[in-house]
Design a protein around this ligand. Structure first.
Ligand SMILES: NC(=O)c1ccc[n+]([C@@H]2O[C@H](COP(=O)([O-])OP(=O)(O)OC[C@H]3O[C@@H](n4cnc5c(N)ncnc54)[C@H](O)[C@@H]3O)[C@@H](O)[C@H]2O)c1
Length: 252
């Protein structure tokens, strides 16, 4: 039986490391003794992360070459890559708008960050994982991977559904090479301006209805998501692949 979660010395790459989930995930792996590398477009959180021993790189994941180059830089620095957490994503400042007024640019950027970036980073990382004969990928999906999104943003729901599809497909393709691919579906966590605006828009009645539909009667916390990522990346999940783990307090 491996020790929990047996992550000491492993090399972990976390995209979107500047977000609330990214910080919590990076710090959780670091606390387990992993060697952690993060990237984000926004460097605001880098000083705090660097003080915790986390390597940070400013990368715009809309550019596929830059995304793949970051994985190569991680491998050069660490000698390999064992774990990739595709966390970058979100609604990039968007709110629901009627489908007929949706612009191509608004659609594309949400797909680029939530889906295409995960594809490019996974493709770059799995080349090295396959050569090593093992690896784990954790994709931060959403309840919007499983049902319509509370955000109302069409591209977000489509991208998160597609990310779950990629998770399942890669699990089958890469399993024989010792690479596991899983997903997490977080419930609503008030991580920043976008989620706070979304929560405020429900008003007191809507908020009470949402909480009444959650078995644990609370919203999620970034640590809830980080702990699930540790589990799925660790040897304790060594026979788990192609799965989506809802971390949402039990939504009805
Ligand atoms: N907060 C929630 O309630 C919730 C629920 C379900 C899923 N999620 C998912 O969790 C993940 C993290 O969400 P969060 O709430 O912590 O914050 P968030 O949605 O703001 O995180 C997005 C992160 O990605 C980064 N990013 C955006 N565009 C980028 C680009 N072009 N290149 C590199 N990085 C870029 C941002 O700077 C930010 O740090 C996202 O994938 C989000 O979709 C969040």
């Amino acid at each position: 039986m491996p020790s929990l979660p047996d992550l000491a010395g492993r090399t972990v790459a976390v995209s979107g490391v500047g977000s609330a989930f990214g910080v919590a995930i990076a710090e959780a792996f670091r606390a387990q003794g992993a060697s952690v590398f993060g990237c984000d477009l926004d460097p605001a959180a880098f000083p705090v992360l660097q003080a915790a021993g986390i390597d940070c790189a400013a990368v715009d994941l809309r550019y596929r070459a830059a995304a793949a180059d970051w994985i190569e830089a991680v491998v050069r620095a660490a000698g390999g890559i064992e774990i990739l957490v595709n966390n970058a994503g979100g609604v990039v400042g968007q709110q629901h708008q009627p489908f007929e007024t949706l612009t191509d640019a608004d659609w594309d950027i949400v797909l680029d960050i939530n889906l295409n970036a995960a594809m490019v980073l996974s493709r770059a990382a799995t080349r090295h994982m396959a050569a090593a004969g093992s690896g784990a990928i954790v994709n931060i999906c959403s309840g919007a991977s499983l049902r319509a999104s509370l955000t109302g943003i069409q591209a977000y729901c489509a991208a998160k559904h597609a990310l779950l599809g990629l998770t399942r497909q890669l699990a089958h393709e890469l399993g024989p090479q010792g690479i596991r691919v899983n997903a997490i579906a977080p419930g609503l966590v008030l991580t920043g301006e976008a989620t706070r605006r979304q929560w405020d828009a429900y008003g007191p009645g809507g908020q009470a209805d949402i909480l009444a539909g959650v078995a644990m009667r609370r919203l999620g916390r970034a640590e809830d998501i980080a702990r699930a990522a540790l589990f799925l990346a660790s040897d304790w999940a060594g026979f788990v692949t192609g799965q989506i783990l809802s971390v949402d307090g039990g939504i009805r």
